[in-house]
Ligand binder design. Sequence first.
Ligand code: TXA
Ligand code: MG
Length: 353
Amino acid sequence: METRVVRACGDPGADREVMKEAAGIIKAGGLVAIPTETVYGLAGDALNPSSSKKIYEAKGRPSDNPLIVHIAKLKDMERIAEDIPGTAYKLAEKYWPGPLTMILKKKEIVPYETTGGLDTVAVRFPVNMIAREFIEASGGFIAAPSANRSGRPSCTTAKHCLEDLDGKVDMIIDGGEVGIGLESTIIDLTGGRPCILRQGYINEEMLRDALGDVETEAPETEHPKAPGMKYRHYAPKGIMKIVQGEGSHVEEKIIEMVSEHLSREEKVAVISSHEKYQEYLDNFRDRSSVSVYDIGSTEDEDLIAHRLFAILREIDDTGAGYIYSESFDTPRLGKAIMDRLYRAAGHNIIYSD
Ligand code: TXA
Ligand code: MG
């Protein structure tokens, strides 16, 4: 299959031809990679079982890991979900369209191929205009996991999609870099208390603001309610470790460990805050086997979130066998950022003091 990459800009007039073509692909059971505000998605018709099967194949993903159904009108939630609790409407009013996914009881119309055999369905109403034009044009119900091949970091550009999906999807809609860079927050509304299954841009405090009471699933639960959380996602090819500790102990520890690898002529990468970046550069001047990535200032957590996946991909391209990352426990997005980093590192943490 030849994969076509086409540009879109989010203006319905200008995008009309692209959307017509993309919708034709979806209605014929094909696949299209699309931008959203969080990460790129690998889209197919959510109500067509064979499209969902194709998504699993293209992604190389186990078929017990359910797909999120994307809608472009609030009313459409009621066509795919039933027994919808009041909490869903409260959240929708505050945070939809936006980077929030709600788990609800599914209606029969949603095939088990899409929900990985579950009686629940994950519903998301994205804010990105290109995604919304595309969903509307394609019939209203789009299944879309993150567009990366299973196990790779999520895609934040069309170029990443092409790296992972060339020859596996009919079309990639290039809408430029995504805004947020981390996947949506997932909240389960099918139990007693609303429960956060995946951290994201809509954080605990924002959810509590809307609902009062919210619980969070423990990070290393053996059987997580979101099946995807059990996989070691975003795994870079090298061995990754996260270094934690107070102040300058962190960079001292990282410099010590990188030096050991250098003495063995091993390739290393470091994910650094902007604040400590120069310190590493000064220490490893002229050492071509160390790549240091400035992920942004700890004062600018949106930038850290935005760059994280692209940096993990770049590190893979350098062929680094070992990766050390600082920890980014920032106030608003820290939990979401660290969830991705911990899983990239397989929860491999070093304490520096
Ligand atoms: O931001 C996002 O959510 C992106 C964009 C493309 O919308 N999508 C995304 O999809 O991250 P994916 O498939 O990579 O992650 C979806 C997660 C998985 O961990 C999956 O197990 C969980 O949602 N999930 C989906 N349906 C579920 C359900 N019915 N119950 C529990 N978890 C569910
Ligand atoms: Mg994913």
